[in-house]
Design a protein around this ligand. Structure first.
Ligand SMILES: [Zn+2]
Length: 300
């Protein structure tokens, strides 16, 4: 069973918003596609793991620390007295390994993913011992894109190719041993140790003034333009309150330090013609802090 789901990374959510409201540079655009593709690949792998029986606890996306070293685990599976680390790669095209060095289809040298996996395993092993779980760890590098090929001189048992995924899963499912309270306790402990990194320092730079204002259609992501909440592109209609709250959520995530005021949200929503509607929605869903000239809304 899945114990910890993989959330869409906040950095990706924020870049979606920015991409709609400003022109990203070529590098920013490239970075956006890389994280988007990476996330999609991970989600694809997660779907495949749903066929695991209940004798496994699956934790997606863990960022852990041991002795001031941070390490990230794509997917961790807790089984009976054993822990699996799966590092999922959505690589596409022909890759090659020569003298223990990895090259992408363009012939550019890459970080060796096996080295990263080994580092993860070493650090997790130390962390588990410290927490009192002397379990064996098995690590696998999973390639889940059917368009991937690796030219490698020797077979490496930690590498699982797309055509081996089903057999790998079958092999796991063939040795089910019921989990005990202790295993759930470990899952809970690891989940509580998961660190959340702020995505803000790595975002493209932006200001409130330079972002395009307006409500974005929740269905087709086009801007609503004519002052109504009917999308000209797809014909979708959204209730004013839902549309304002959705846009407000974008604003709060993009500008966590800015105050929520009627004027700001009116400005941000652009296509909502009445300030009264904005005030009504804010009053209903937030608490007004009335400090004379600096009145603003905060969460209820
Ligand atoms: Zn639309």
């Amino acid at each position: 069973m899945v114990f910890k789901e993989r959330p869409e990374p906040l950095g990706l959510v924020l870049t979606h918003f920015l991409n709609a409201r400003m022109k990203l540079t070529e590098d920013e655009q490239k970075h956006y596609w890389t994280i988007k593709k990476g996330y999609e690949g991970e989600v694809r792998s997660d779907t495949w793991l749903k066929n695991l029986t209940d004798s496994w606890l699956v934790l997606h996306d863990l960022l852990l620390e041991y002795n001031q070293s941070i390490f990230q685990i794509d997917t961790l599976i807790i089984a009976y007295e054993k822990v699996y680390i799966l590092d999922v790669k959505n690589f596409e095209g022909d890759y090659a390994v020569k003298d223990d060095k990895w090259y992408n289809p363009a012939g550019v040298l890459q970080k060796n993913p096996l080295h990263q996996l080994e580092r993860c395993e070493t650090l997790l092993n130390k962390l588990l011992l410290e927490l009192g779980y002397p379990y064996t760890i098995e690590s696998y590098l999973i390639f889940n894109n059917p368009e991937f090929h690796l030219y490698i001189p020797t077979i490496h048992s930690a590498i699982i190719f797309p055509t081996q995924l089903n057999r790998f899963l079958k092999r796991l499912n063939s040795k089910p041993v019921p989990l005990s309270k202790k295993h759930y306790q470990l899952a809970k402990q690891l989940e509580s140790l998961h660190k959340i990194e702020s995505p803000y320092p790595r975002l493209p730079s932006y200001t409130f003034e330079e972002l395009r204002k307006g409500v974005i259609c929740h269905n087709c992501k086009a801007f609503l333009t004519d002052g109504t909440l009917i999308c000209k592109k797809c014909g979708c209609i959204e209730d004013a309150e839902a549309a304002i709250l959705r846009s407000l959520n974008e604003f709060r995530l993009l500008f966590p330090d800015n105050k929520i005021t009627v004027d700001t949200i009116y400005d941000w929503c652009g296509s909502i013609k009445s300030k009264k509607v904005i005030r009504r929605v804010l009053s209903k869903n937030f608490v007004l802090l009335d400090k004379a000239r600096a009145s603003h809304y905060v969460e209820k």
